[in-house]
Design a binder for this molecule. Structure first.
Ligand SMILES: Nc1ncnc2c1ncn2[C@@H]1O[C@H](COP(=O)(O)OP(=O)(O)OP(=O)(O)O)[C@@H](O)[C@H]1O
Length: 336
């Protein structure tokens, strides 16, 4: 059991490098499993304080990238930095600041959720022995598992196992939390709780990296997105920027739809009628010019808004020819 009186629960302080602008970054990252290129030339930036959603079809390389970020898998080529530390060589410095939920952390089937968490807590360098019970109860409470904490792990549902894994990641305050498919197996209420927890972490300034298949979840919780396809990053950046860049359109609400369309045509602005007015194409013209043309043309402009693509449309466009679901048959991963 590790005791470190000078580093108590709640300190939340790194003993290592000062906070970098990027909480994590990869350059030229590549992982080859025998004949399978799982990840290829990935340059990923995870800004400090962001909630970055990692999206991609099955087998696109999300888990492999996350495992390389955490030093669980050694890259074939390329560089990984986590909280300013080079991975996997400096794992011991970076990892105490990082809470991670990745593929079941090997909980003991015959121990209760609480006992499992206590064992995990005992291995936390940040927790002194006397702090363990309180940290465990707080984490159980936070993930909504307190009532089932006395039950054996082997009787847990998939969702409960996910919650326990998440509790393990949240045992001590972290600078970064990495969640691989955290809503896997959760019911809608559990999914909402994950959203709440991510929101709380974000409000506390914690960087969150979350991989998910649930686009609506990502759209609701993330500030940034990275889209993977066939092992490469096909888009990354702020969510709002990505959604806006996907659709240069301006929707103008007006009762004078026909006049508006005629006015757009006079100004050679491509447009079409939509239910409550017109949609102007902004590929070759800026929004203020459209509004000015319409107002000068005598159109009663009630409301103007930039059209946003849904994340679902953007994702479909970026990942059109979906990768085959993977079989994970030929395992040859290397531990750090
Ligand atoms: N240990 C391994 N041994 C062999 N191949 C692997 C291993 N891990 C991953 N792969 C392969 O690497 C590719 C990327 O897999 P990865 O699990 O990173 O994708 P993913 O985006 O997380 O997929 P999913 O959404 O299905 O979890 C797949 O083709 C997969 O079969």
């Amino acid at each position: 059991m590790t005791t470190s009186p000078e580093l108590e629960l709640g300190a939340g302080v790194s003993t290592s490098a000062p906070a970098p602008a990027l909480a994590a970054r990869t350059r030229g990252l590549r992982k080859v499993y025998r004949s399978t290129v799982a990840v290829d030339q990935v340059d990923l930036d995870v800004p400090a304080g962001a909630v970055l959603g990692m999206l991609g079809p099955n087998g696109s390389g999300k888990t492999t990238t996350i495992r390389m970020l955490l030093g669980l898998v050694r890259p074939t080529e390329g560089e990984v930095e986590l909280l300013g530390r080079r991975m996997p060589d400096e794992s011991a410095h970076a990892l105490p600041d990082v809470g991670a939920l990745v593929e079941g952390p090997g909980f003991h089937p015959f121990l209760s959720g609480r006992e499992n968490l206590r064992r995990l807590a005992a291995a936390e360098p940040r927790l002194s022995t006397s702090d363990i019970p309180k940290a465990v109860e707080n984490a159980l409470e936070r993930v909504g598992l307190a009532a089932a904490a006395h039950r054996r792990y082997r009787g847990y549902s998939l969702g409960m196992k996910q919650r326990l894994g998440l509790a393990g990641a949240l045992l001590v305050p972290r600078r970064m939390v990495v969640l691989d498919e955290p809503t896997n197996g959760l019911d809608p209420a559990g999914t909402r709780e994950i959203r709440r927890i991510i929101g709380e972490l974000h409000a506390d300034g914690v960087t969150v990296l979350v991989s998910s298949h649930l686009l609506a979840e990502v759209e609701a919780t993330c500030t940034h997105v990275a889209v993977l396809h066939d092992g490469t990053v096909v888009a990354q950046g702020e969510l709002d920027d990505l959604l806006e860049s996907g659709s240069p359109g301006l929707v103008v609400s007006t009762p004078d739809g026909d006049l508006a369309l005629e006015t757009l045509r006079e100004h050679r602005i491509p447009g079409k009628l939509v239910p409550d007015g017109v949609r102007a194409d902004l590929t070759a013209v800026a929004a203020p010019q459209v509004v000015e043309a319409l107002v000068r043309g005598g159109v009663a402009v009630h409301e103007v808004r930039r059209e946003r693509t849904g994340l679902e449309d953007l994702f479909a466009r970026l990942t059109q020819d979906e990768a085959e679901p993977d079989g994970l048959s030929d395992v040859d991963e290397v531990s750090a």
